[in-house]
Design a protein around this ligand. Sequence first.
Ligand SMILES: Nc1ncnc2c1ncn2[C@@H]1O[C@H](COP(=O)(O)OP(=O)(O)OP(=O)(O)O)[C@@H](O)[C@H]1O
Ligand SMILES: [Mg+2]
Length: 624
Amino acid sequence: MINLSNIVLSLGHKLLFNNVSCVFEQQKIGLVGRNGAGKSTLLKIIAGQIKPDSGVVTMRLGKRIAYMPQELTFSSELSVFDETCQVFADRLNLEHEKIELEKKLAQGAVNAEALIERYLVVEQAARSVDKHALFERARSVLVGLGFNQDLQNKSVQALSLGWRMRVVLAKLLLQDADFYLFDEPTNHLDLVGKEWFFNFLKQSASGFLLVTHDRYFLDGVCERIVEVENGKLMQYAGNFSRYVVQKEEQLAVKRSAYERQQREIEKKQTTIDRFRASANRSKMAQSMLKQLEKIELIEIEPPVPVMRIALPPVERPSAVVLSVKNVAYGYDQEPLFKNVTFEILRGQKVALVAPNGAGKTTLFNILAGLVSAQQGTVAMGQFVNMAFFVQDQARALNPAHTVFEEVNLAVDAPEKTVRALLGAFLFSGDEIGKKISVLSGGEKNRVAMVKIFLKKANFLLLDEPTNHLDLPSKEILCQALLKYDGTMLLVSHDQDFINRIATRILELTPQGVHSYEGNYETYLWTKKQQASPVSDTDKKRPVPVDPNTAASPQKKNKSAEYDHKRVKWLERRIAQLEKELASQAEELSGYAFHTADHRQIVARMKKMDEELAACLAEWQKHYE
Ligand SMILES: Nc1ncnc2c1ncn2[C@@H]1O[C@H](COP(=O)(O)OP(=O)(O)OP(=O)(O)O)[C@@H](O)[C@H]1O
Ligand SMILES: [Mg+2]
């Protein structure tokens, strides 16, 4: 399908592709690699946007290739729906052309014969176009990506960058290309949109090269993994998990070869040192040294970096940093959540979790002041200096600045501190002179994070802060957040990340939030306990006798028997409800948001949730 042969490309001081040859068949391929390894650049080369220094890219004739870049400035005065339907312009314009031709013919055009010929072709083609079906398809893709009716009617230029990227994605998917080049498309989607896109890719007959750091996608939809590493491309059969296994095996082999080589070098070096001291062997030492220098060194990955510097201290805010009361929000009269009431106290590191589509991002945007609540209040405490990190944050950087200027101009900190923190965030000496415009997605993300830390905000709101980041960058961010002595609220799909950072979990439900002290594991454990309340320890726990019911032995027995039966029934019902809720949640993910089916399931789940809460409360009472 796509054939790369002998591609060489250097950008700045970096040799990104060192004589790369590779064939991509019409398959579902995940493209992975470190931040800055050259994934986006590779897609640009294939899309013809960057010319390599040498080498050629060839495509199979007649195949259509469509490209979605990582970032794009795109706008339109049309509505979302009309802009999306531009994809069908060739087909939709046939009707228009037919009318024009009819007019010309009626006016007695001179070249009537040619016009009639064209008219027949157009007429025939126009007849085979099912306008209604095309509009339906456009609508269903838009709904899948999260555009409700209101949003579809909105002008594209009124949308945020993230939503505009979704329009780009919708148009692309409607093109029915044979092969897609997707550069981190999931970064622009919420969970519901991601789920829809996941299923779309799974069912699609098109091939693609998909760049993403999202393991769920790499595992679930990719049948082959290609890695960009040190200027080369390596192909691995199977999904991401298989790639990890193969990679680990390779690494183990490489590590032992590295150790063997190091031992050998050390041994040779000792001999050389010994020979050097002796007058008649110094010549031999020299030739041995030359030999040693010729050895091609095996290089292994440097260990995951450790952040050694401290973050600037932040001002101490009031004890209550954020107070949220009775907040509610919904779309199309359907409440997404209500009665959201909680406080965040100074120093807490809170993760907001919820099932798909429960409205985490909406709540996050309300807290960040980007969206107003339809009901309720959000109040910051005194001396709270809030900074937030959202997807568009990295785009808000000035492309004309260098990395150093971007940070230095924005913060009130000595140059030395700026350099040190940039260094800690993996920008080496000469990299801080790079222009923002040439940075990769992950690199931009790191610059934005450094800015936030140096602005000394004492309350951070972080929405998917690990989105573009590779493993070492994620590790650095994790360490920085652990060192950070302010307060924070974060939304992340990365369970490992939440587990390491959060000290408290807030679970968002349609009826409000539940708070769990502890990290993510503790939260999961508590949930599990709630789901299967009769663990062995519980069974053994003695049931205290209520003196009031201990009147006559007979009555006592009767009531105890009833209690016992009731408890058993409650336990069965709770287990049943939990199971049903889980299966409903799974079913829900198959439906687009805001459809009648979706609403129906949500309503059903709400009822079950209420019954479950009542059952649990009663069950607990029996043990109090
Ligand atoms: N014109 C340029 N001058 C200097 N360096 C450049 C230029 N263009 C790109 N680079 C560098 O080339 C590297 C590759 O960039 P690319 O965007 O392809 O990375 P990526 O693999 O897509 O990373 P990410 O996962 O962060 O998106 C980056 O380090 C980037 O800073
Ligand atoms: Mg990239």
